[in-house]
Design a protein around this ligand. Structure first.
Ligand SMILES: Cc1cc2nc3c(=O)[nH]c(=O)nc-3n(C[C@H](O)[C@H](O)[C@H](O)COP(=O)(O)O)c2cc1C
Length: 602
């Protein structure tokens, strides 16, 4: 029996006396190992900083042994931080005469059999190299031709602008153009630009569910198919629709390797399990039959469609800006992963759906956590709206840069107002959420505008419409005359519907006022935003990223991905029982050029 005593008098006992060496690594031969609670390695290494750290015990159960190659190890907090940030190199923490020192090179022997040599030192921590491109699902990156498993989510009305999508695509990530809220000819103008600028680089476009305007959804799908759009983000769906299924199965075929292939890739975004189930399952038979009946697909194609899921990828959307069920990411992602496994096993898919995470991703820590939990990719929204490329106003960018974690709230949505659906918005500096909630309350309680008590109507006309109801209806009427004329017919026969359209018109225009920076309507700005904005601002405080003019989509993305690689390495060291000095274990925002410089060292 071997007894190894540590500094705290904990005892590690091993029966069978020793180890066996194989391929340069030592493996335990013992059949029974007893570790007393006192013997936690963690308790031996608690440092405040390299200069003040307590002495280490030279033989106190090291991970293994380290021998220098050419250079001696470096000392000090700065050297430690630098080594951690050089993520493309492995990192060795060494006990050098009782101090923690660091090296990025040398020879390692794992296990407690000390090699011969006077320069051999105990190894107390080891982190392999980790490039940010290693994070996430390799198949996700391969399918979409990406370097990084990082997605810039769609933000309506072109807030995720052509420029933002372009920047993202040029830097090995993917962005989804914010097509929601736009008319087909506006979307087509963006398609023209993107197809002209992107060449073979990847990009996607949002397809948003429009329950109040199914023709718009169908026209958008026709546009995407006609213009050869190969990737969409399908969002806000409560149930699948015929146009969405048509996009998915249009052109489905068996390739020359015998695999079933869909030209149209779908990344679904869902917050709810019952909706996820529909995207993880094959397209519903009833829709396939309808498409065959309409001669949009052949009977053979309908058969092929039965073996593929509705989506290639699915973003589990936790508490986020915009449409959200406010689910915590920590509970949502494991549920979605388990559901994916269940459904993939049921249908025996060749390619199970990859699951990414959105909602709350705003810092290196949350990015690292998402990947650690098994996310195939991460998707951000709120933080990008504060970036210079976002299709919004400078006033909005400023308001977002000042937001804190709790400065958000839920408010009725314009697109699904009558259904009581809500979106998460910024509450600091705007009264939109309060006013929209009031409108929904009145809509729920009364059957027509005329039924609303006169005192309340007066407030609405003075503060919200800033004109009479009749004038507001005229404006609304003009809007729907272009957009969806049958709504006018219904409204003129049904006063409750007229009230809904007028209220929705305010809700819709409140986004336009924000995007265009209309100062006269600042108090009414509707700005979709999640708690992630506050988390980002807190992390960026006191750094160059505090200034909104420095917030560029790719700079933020690379800080999150690079920072996640750093955090992951720091966590590996922690799991080995190393307590790093406070500053050395923390990643602070870096300029993009600095990050790229560090990555080029590979
Ligand atoms: C201003 C804004 C507009 C958005 N518009 C859309 C949209 O039109 N379609 C969509 O699928 N998601 C939309 N989203 C959601 C984002 O794409 C993304 O899923 C979400 O913001 C991620 O969570 P986060 O806000 O915590 O980063 C929007 C989010 C924001 C902040």
């Amino acid at each position: 029996m071997t007894r190894i005593k540590n500094r705290n008098d904990g005892i590690l006992e091993s029966w069978n006396d020793g180890f066996k060496e194989s391929s340069g690594f030592l493996t335990w031969m013992s059949t029974k190992i007893t570790v007393t609670p006192m013997n936690c390695r963690n308790s031996q290494y608690i440092y405040q900083g390299i200069e003040s750290c307590p002495s280490l015990e030279m033989n106190a159960n090291p991970l293994g042994w380290w021998q220098p190659a050419q250079n001696q190890p470096a000392t000090g907090d700065q050297a430690l931080s630098d080594a951690i940030n050089r993520v493309t190199h492995p990192l060795f923490l060494i006990n050098h005469n009782g101090k923690m020192v660091v090296s990025r090179e040398g020879t390692l022997t794992i296990g407690n059999k000390k090699p011969s040599g006077s320069d051999v030192l105990p190894l107390i921590g080891y982190a392999p190299a980790m490039h940010p491109k290693d994070l996430g699902d390799p198949q996700f990156k391969k399918t979409h031709n990406l370097r990084y498993a990082y997605v810039v989510g769609a933000m309506a009305n072109g807030i995720t602008s052509v420029d933002m999508v372009e920047e993202t695509g040029r830097n090995g990530m993917i962005g989804f153009f914010g097509a929601a809220g736009l008319l087909p000819d506006e979307i087509e103008a963006a398609v023209d630009l993107l197809q002209g600028r992107m060449g073979s680089r990847s990009f996607g476009i949002n397809l948003i569910h429009s329950p109040t305007d199914p023709e718009l959804e169908a026209a958008t799908v026709d546009l995407y198919i006609r213009r050869g759009i190969k990737l969409i983000s399908a969002s806000a769906y409560l149930d699948l629709t015929l146009p969405l299924v048509y996009y998915r199965v249009n052109g489905i075929h068996r390739d020359n390797k015998g695999n079933v292939n869909c030209p149209g890739k779908v990344v679904a975004k869902v917050s709810r399990v019952e909706v996820a189930r529909k995207f993880l399952s094959p397209p519903p038979e009833k829709f396939l039959k309808l498409l065959v009946d309409k001669n949009l697909i052949s009977a053979e194609q309908a058969v092929l469609a039965a073996v593929i899921p509705m989506a290639d990828d699915l973003t589990a959307e936790a508490d986020s800006g915009g449409h959200t069920d406010n689910r915590p990411a920590l509970t949502l992602l494991p549920t979605m992963l388990a559901l994916r496994d269940e459904i993939a096993a049921k249908y025996d898919y060749v390619n199970p759906v990859r699951i990414g995470l959105a909602g709350g991703i705003a810092t290196p820590d949350s990015t690292a956590a998402a990947f650690a939990m098994g996310a195939a990719f991460v998707l951000t929204g709120s933080i990008n709206q504060a970036c210079v490329e976002a299709g919004t106003s400078d006033t909005v960018r400023r308001m977002l840069a000042e937001a804190e974690q709790a400065d958000v709230t839920m408010a009725p949505s314009a697109d699904m107002f009558e259904l009581g659906v809500k979106v998460q918005v910024l509450k600091r500096g705007t009264m939109f959420a309060l006013r929209a909630a009031k409108l929904y309350e009145l809509y729920s309680r009364y059957d027509s505008y005329a039924e609303i008590p006169a005192s309340q109507r007066e407030i609405l006309q003075r503060d919200i419409f800033r004109c009479s109801f009749q004038e507001e209806w005229e404006q609304t009427r003009n809007f729907f005359a272009q957009r969806d004329p049958k709504q006018i017919e219904i409204a003129e026969n049904k006063p409750k519907h007229m009230m809904a359209l007028v209220f929705r018109s305010y809700l819709g225009r409140s986004s336009t006022w924000a995007n265009s920076g209309d100062q006269s309507r600042k108090i009414d700005y509707q700005i979709w935003c999640g708690p992630s904005m506050g988390a980002f601002n807190q992390w960026a405080k006191g750094t160059f990223l505090e200034k909104r003019e420095n917030r560029k989509t790719v700079t933020l993305a690379m800080n999150l991905m690079f920072g996640a690689a750093v955090d992951t390495r720091v966590n590996w060291l922690r799991y080995q029982g190393v307590a790093l000095p406070r500053k050395a274990g923390k990643f602070y925002p870096l300029e993009l050029s600095k990050i790229l410089g560090l990555l080029k060292e590979a």
